[in-house]
Design a protein around this ligand. Structure first.
Ligand code: 8YV
Length: 391
């Protein structure tokens, strides 16, 4: 199916291109219109694929009225320029220039007359969906989509996409980095030097734990878990994993990983790395019981979601040294960090940096563009999130 015109937002003569030179520098909102007068009218953003007759009528009406029509997309934060340019060539964009979370009521009011929503670190709640009467598609910039009321979107026939396939290796890099940092006390060492406390080499100075050839346990063996397994293999680590069902044999072979039951994973691993999505079943799935199964010399690494772990139980385990330490990138109430965590010496903390590389961000932006354009062109977007499907 070709493009489908929008009956919703006629723009009689598109404004000239207003490409953001530097979206971070623009106060308030930045409005970007389709960049060329020939910009195609859009699209399935205004109607789900299949409404051919209605759309042909719309095409007729808009042709007769000699109007160029563009779907409007709201972008919740500044994203890489290339992605904005690509979208601005076809759609009317409104880009929020503030790189901070947007409040639900502000998002609700920003979404009132948009057909597309590019979500960057924002929550899409029922309040937002209720207000966004024209919304036809949501593209989430991230793999996890627990920030979006997918059930509410599904009941309104609003497809949701994520950015699968571009940030798994990047996130696994950070997970393995946290693992090394906490086991080998790299952050402690850095602090030690900066505090001007290093005056001579010492046998006992900042002794950590070996990583190589230790058992790596992966909880959640999706693409990030698999990328983590490959890193472990490079360090000569036996890799075990758990998820609801074993992965296909060829994936196990390629990652050198062995399926074990949940209890074995916590009991036998020297490092447990969490890679499950946050769902109602994984909410606080790592609690006192699981932590009690772990060896006193074992470490917990969490780059998944803070709510996957019962943080109070983790703090207790770290305090009592029933586990050796933790490397965390995500938190129950982020960006607020429990002060008890800050007081602990056996934990390395990162501020949700899993996908935070220049290359990663550009790739995420490209993915969003592909998803929006594919859907707008009347096809199923490649990264469509399906409700009830486990990652
Ligand atoms: C995102 C993430 O950058 O992809 C994910 O699931 O956690 C992050 O890397 C973040 O969610 C903002 O969209």
């Amino acid at each position: 199916m070709g493009f489908i015109p929008s009956p919703l937002r006629p723009i009689i003569s598109p404004k000239p291109s207003v490409h953001p030179e530097n979206v971070h520098a623009v106060p308030g909102r930045l409005f970007v219109s389709p960049s060329s007068p020939g910009a195609k009218s859009e699209s399935a953003l205004t109607r789900p694929p299949g409404c051919v007759i209605k759309c042909l009528v719309c095409l007729f009406i808009s042709t007769v009225r000699k109007e160029t029509v563009a779907a409007k997309i709201f972008v919740t934060r500044p994203v890489p320029r290339a992605a904005l340019d690509a979208l601005a060539a076809k759609y009317e964009l409104e880009v929020r220039s503030d790189d901070k979370p947007i409040k639900p009521d502000q998002l609700a009011s920003a979404c009132k007359d948009v057909e597309g929503l590019m979500v960057v670190g924002a929550r899409v709640t029922e309040e937002v969906l209720k207000a966004a009467k024209r919304l036809r598609a949501i593209s989430n910039t991230g793999v996890g989509y627990d920030n979006i009321d997918v059930a509410g979107c599904t009941s309104r026939k609003i497809p949701v996409t994520n950015t699968v396939g571009v940030l798994e290796e990047t996130t696994a890099d950070l997970a393995f980095g946290l693992l090394l940092a906490v086991a080998r006390r790299i952050v402690h060492g850095d602090r030690y030097i900066r505090d001007d406390r290093w005056h001579h080499w010492q046998w006992n100075l900042l002794q950590g734990f070996d990583v190589h050839h230790k058992t790596l346990g992966i909880y959640g063996f999706g693409k990030i878990g698999q990328a983590m397994a490959r890193r472990g293999r490079g360090f000569g680590m036996p890799v075990i994993y758990h998820q609801r069902r074993p992965a296909p044999a060829e994936i196990e072979r390629e990652c050198g990983a062995r399926f074990v039951d949940r209890e074995t994973l916590f009991r036998e691993s020297d490092f447990v790395s969490l890679h499950v999505p946050l769902t109602t079943t994984t909410d606080r799935t790592v609690a006192a019981k699981e932590l009690a199964l772990m060896k006193p010399s074992a470490f917990l690494i969490n780059t998944a979601r803070g709510d996957v772990v019962d943080e109070a139980a983790l703090i207790e385990a770290l305090k009592a040294k029933t586990i050796a330490g933790a490397g965390l990138d995500v938190y129950e109430a982020e960006p607020r960090i429990n002060p008890k965590l800050l007081a602990l010496d056996n934990v390395v903390l990162a501020p949700h940096l899993g996908s935070a590389t220049g290359e990663g961000r550009v790739a995420m932006g490209e993915k969003v563009v592909i998803n929006i354009k594919t859907y707008a062109d009347g096809h199923n977007p490649p990264d469509r999130v399906l409700i009830g499907v486990d990652v």
